[in-house]
Ligand binder design. Sequence first.
Ligand code: SF4
Length: 190
Amino acid sequence: MARPNPTGAASVQDVLNEAGIQKPVINISGCPPIPTAITGVLAQYLTFGELPELDHLGRPKAFFGQNIHDRCYRRPFYERGQFAESFDDEGAKKGWCLYKLGCKGPVTYNACATIKWNNGAGFPIEGGHGCLGCAEPGFWDWGGFYKPLSQGEWGGWKTLGIAAAAGAALGVASVAASRVKQARAREEKS
Ligand code: SF4
């Protein structure tokens, strides 16, 4: 929950744990979550009577199995080292990659780039704004929305590093670390 959390809000999982109740929990993360992901999970359960396959954060892999970066239509610009440096420069007008403007797509797992929003009308990156990472736990307190991941100030991948040390999210953490390394190299080249 976002600091300072004056209402004492807690996740469903925490409430169940506190009460000693053992029930499966499916997390459809996002701020807000993609409606298609919610209805898709409900439809699967109602149709087949089974729960979807989940990732290490309890999110359905069908919707959270890939990160935004891997399905982003701006990815060719990232690969070529073509980055917007401000929201109104020539690169931004040409639709270049928003990594240097703080995009968190490389470490954010959600289906925004494929399912999109408002009946497929678009998603934030198509509107010219980088991904904020809202599908990752605790993103609201990590700050640095407009700083590139390579500056190392976004708590997301630091947290992932800690989780990896605990053996909880090794796959995601190593992908995140290599993405950051790759991006740093590209930034230096450009
Ligand atoms: S850094 Fe962001 S804008 Fe650039 S390709 Fe990745 S997800 Fe798309």
